[in-house]
Design a protein around this ligand. Structure first.
Ligand code: 3H9
Length: 679
């Protein structure tokens, strides 16, 4: 058996692409398709053909692993030209996802029939490219320009029923997909109907512009999004063959860009991250019932994502009013999410039935995994773990959602530290995909595997890390933020630092983030760590000074910025400037201008240095895991690939020089990372 399985049924050639894991259109598949199409064209007894995918997927797209290499014949556009020109009609039978080149393959067929479970999409822009095999030209001929821009410009995926409504599919077959496709080929509509020969349905220009603007906004104005919109618009303006050439040219140019390379890197890094290293892989403990301790914002967010994943959920809080409010909130959110089409009505109903509100510890005894999400304080958490130890059934997995505390100290409050691990969720927990799965000194591999498994079932990105202060994400972010504070003292104002880093692509600059999350939280933590700080270490006391004046950030309408009617005022206010200038003076620094480039370089070099330290200490298993964490939890621009990917792009000499600069700025206590670990 090759990558293309051929069979004849009722005078129709069934061509099944069988190329695990996702039936990607690798060179062997493309060559197989060419051979099969030649047979279809040449065999007078064959009435038509049906394209199918093996297993539960049609085709996941072009083979992304081939993108770093030169294209090899036959290319996908060549295959699709032969398919469209084939004298016999061909039906695409979409038995699952048809994405990217997979949907382009289907669009070059004469009809598209799908199972209800199929999804379609052209997600190329998420890889920094545009469709390169006619997608930008054929799709708008079925949907009109506005809908095509919405789909191609954002990389969104559509379920089968929506794709049918938009004209992308011709029919949905409830079951027996090959049978339905064969029936179509024997039916009255059966004929060659190339999409390329159709005209683009007219859309109001205002609708097209609105779709384009929305796509640019969603896609943060990245070049691939703009190129995709321009290519789709050509469908209504330029002859098909010419527009196809333009599309291919744009595809090739973007494919070779550093941005596309970074996005491919993070695509594979995310898939790698969810796998434990070989030595730790073990059958996970069975999970059916999850308990969450603490019905605050974090606990409720975790609860929602657990319920949506189909688990039984026990939500426990000793504050009855808070518990009742959280329970009502969960029911409301399930309802709203079903109304909005984010989950099905039946899964919302099932989730409602599986929610158990509890205010006594004895009620957690059926839980297979318990996640503590109470106040971030060691003694409070240890007290919770003493109760868990008393009431949880034997072999239950006990998890803490701490973001900074020592997992081993928490585990020490129990008689079963082997069952304890960290599950660091990010807020809002039902939205954020990142999950740090933290291995304590005694955590057993089956407990760790259960944590990773839970992450996958919650459709999150679980990343394993070792138990060190701040794990991966907060450790790097702390170093970065601290260095940004050095830059304040050296001469930059908060808005200059924020603007430079937002220009690099961060969702928000560090001082805007601080104001958002509340300065008092950082203040409390600093106070708790102040005793351990060496007086020789550089410490910028601006945050403390702000907090002493009750400037806690957005919640008090003033922090690093003042907020006028909820909006961030353009200029840092004079009080903040005076506090910063006083700090510079006290340290004997003559303030000087820092260019945006210097700010970016110092901030990123700090991240890279800390990444090297994390790797040396074994806190992160792989360099690419660090990129996954920063991109998915800390607003690092995805199209830059993460701090390690960025560092690799700098090369050794620049990294060494950069580490010198940040080391000098920090002075006492600087630990220099090993550049070799990043390259
Ligand atoms: C394109 O088509 C451009 C054209 O316009 C150009 C024409 C000229 N290639 O995600 P999973 C691997 S661009 C190679 O965990 P799931 C993946 O790395 C492409 N490998 O599975 C992983 O490998 P491993 C546009 C691929 O079931 C394994 O498959 N298409 C590809 O959760 C399983 O992946 C896309 O952007 C690929 N195209 O989800 C779709 N796709 O086991 C990208 C996956 O070694 N793919 N792999 O780690 C997806 O969105 C999901 O993989 C899919 C399945 C929904 C298909």
């Amino acid at each position: 058996m090759g990558v293309l399985n051929l069979a004849v049924r009722d005078g129709v050639l069934l061509m099944t692409i069988d190329h695990p894991p996702v039936n990607a259109l690798s060179r062997t598949v493309r060559a197989g398709l060419m051979e099969a199409l030649a047979r279809l064209a040449g065999d007078a007894l064959l009435r038509g053909g049906v394209l199918l995918g093996a297993d539960n997927i049609f085709v996941g797209g072009a083979d992304i692993r081939e993108f770093g290499k030169p294209a090899s014949a036959p290319t996908l556009p060549e295959v699709l030209a032969v398919l469209e020109a084939c004298p016999k009609p061909v039906v695409a039978g979409l038995n699952g996802a048809a994405l990217g080149g997979g949907l382009e393959l289907a669009l070059a067929c004469d009809a598209r029939i799908a199972l209800p479970s199929a999804v379609v999409g052209l997600p190329e822009v998420t890889l920094g490219i545009i469709p390169g095999a006619g997608g930008t030209q054929r799709l708008p001929r079925l949907t009109g320009l506005a809908a095509a821009i919405r789909l191609i410009g954002t990389g969104a995926k559509l379920k089968a029923d929506e794709a049918l409504r938009q004209g992308i599919l011709d029919d949905i077959a409830p079951d027996d997909l090959p049978g339905a496709a064969i029936a179509w080929l024997h039916g009255p509509a059966s004929a060659k109907r190339p999409v390329s020969a159709r005209t683009v349905p007219a859309d109001a220009p205002s609708a097209v512009e609105a779709a384009a603007q929305a796509a640019v906004k969603t896609g943060k104005g990245r070049p691939a999004v703009r190129a995709a919109i321009a290519a789709v618009k050509e469908a209504a303006e330029v002859p098909f063959a010419e527009a196809l050439q333009h599309e291919r040219h744009a595809f090739e140019t973007l494919r070779a860009s550093p941005e596309a390379a970074a996005l491919r890197h993070i695509f594979f890094a995310e898939r790698e991250a969810v796998r434990l290293p070989e030595s730790l892989r073990q059958k996970p403990r069975q999970l059916e019932t999850i308990a969450v301790i603490g019905a605050g914002t974090m606990g409720a967010g975790i609860a929602l994502s657990v319920l949506e994943a189909g688990f039984w959920l026990i939500l426990l809080d000793q504050n009855a009013a808070l518990l009742a409010a959280a329970g009502a909130g969960l029911l409301r959110q399930l309802d709203e999410r079903a109304q909005a089409g984010k989950i099905s009505f039946s899964s919302a109903e099932r989730a409602r039935e599986r929610l158990i509100l509890a205010n006594g510890w004895q009620e957690i005894d059926s839980a297979d995994l318990i996640i503590e999400a109470v106040y971030e304080d060691l003694s409070v958490k240890q007290e919770v773990f003493r109760q868990l130890d008393a009431y949880a059934k034997p072999h239950a997995v006990l998890a803490t959602n701490t973001s900074y505390l020592d997992i081993d100290q928490i585990a020490a409050a129990t008689s079963r530290p082997r069952d304890v691990l960290g599950l660091h969720f990010f807020s809002p927990a039902h939205v954020m995909k990142l999950l740090e799965v933290v291995q304590g000194a005694q955590t057993t591999p089956d407990v760790l595997s259960a944590g990773m498994e839970l992450g996958k079932r919650l459709q999150k990105l679980p990343v394993m890390c070792e138990n060190r202060f701040g794990f991966i994400g907060n450790r790097i972010y702390n170093a970065y933020r601290t260095h940004c504070e050095f830059m304040l003292e050296d001469g930059a104002w908060p808005e200059q630092v924020d603007e430079a880093l937002e220009a690099f692509g961060f969702a928000m600059g560090p001082f805007a983030v601080m104001d958002m999350s509340g300065l008092d939280i950082a203040w409390r933590m600093r106070k708790s760590r102040a005793a351990g700080r060496d007086p020789r270490a550089r410490h910028v006391p601006v945050l403390e000074a702000l907090c002493e004046q009750d400037r806690f950030g957005r919640k008090s309408n003033i922090g690093y910025y003042s907020y006028d009617g909820g909006k961030r005022a353009k200029e840092t206010d004079q009080t903040v400037r005076a506090i910063i200038a006083a700090a510079s003076e006290k340290r004997g620094i003559r303030r000087r201008d820092l260019s945006p480039e210097e700010i970016q370089r110092r901030a990123l070099m700090t991240m890279a240095n800390e990444a090297a330290l994390l790797l040396a200490e074994g806190v992160a298993q792989r360099a690419s895991d660090i990129d996954v964490v920063l991109v998915n939890g800390y607003g690092f621009p995805r199209w830059m690939g993460g701090p390690v990917h960025w560092a690799r792009g700098q090369g050794r000499a620049k990294l060494e020089e950069g580490f010198d600069i940040i080391g000098e700025a920090m002075g006492f206590g600087f630990r220099r990372g090993d550049v070799d670990l990043l390259l």
